[in-house]
Design a protein. Sequence first.
Length: 222
Amino acid sequence: MSGVTLKILHGSDRGKVYEDLQPPFTVGREEGNDIQLNDERVSRCHFKVQRDKDRLVLTDLDSTNGTKVNGLECQLKILRHGDLISVGRSLMLMGSEAQIAERLAAIGAENSSIASELGLSGDSAASQSNEREPNSAIPGEAVPVMELPEIPEDMSPGQRAQVCEILDFLQGRLTNLINSARTDDANQEVTMRFAEWQRLLETQTRLVVMSRQVADPEWPTH
């Protein structure tokens, strides 16, 4: 199985490229890490990357300032080629050019398939999936796509039931919020009442707590 490539895009170590890294490996400010970053905002041992079957899993090691993948803070995250990892003032791109190109090709094929099912043109679907904010800090060479995660394999019937309950809860909550929104086709705007907006924030809060509980079962919830 091929090793991992990490390129430092921003920070004091900008321009460094680490190739053929073999998981497990750690990244941090202290000597002894496989990648040592010269960044005072990076913890001594900030995060580790390990392999789980054919997946690469990033784990934040209770760092002081946290770890972000593609702009979202995470405790535990499956990594893919083209992902951006942000720690302190340092920004890293995962994957070689060939690996990122392969992922982009796979995403393009998947988008075309979905577009066909929805009756959209391939160009339209590609345009929608690659939209980003005008002031986005994500470099153009990164993959600006959030793919739908796969359902875990080898789950017990009880675990499958629990996952279904979570998805049913989210589907029901989102359906109610979508139905409460008001659309203005003329101005291409969607608005919702403040109470619904608060419910949306509450749902996000629950997801954050659940995600942290999954990543760290000993994390206190109160």
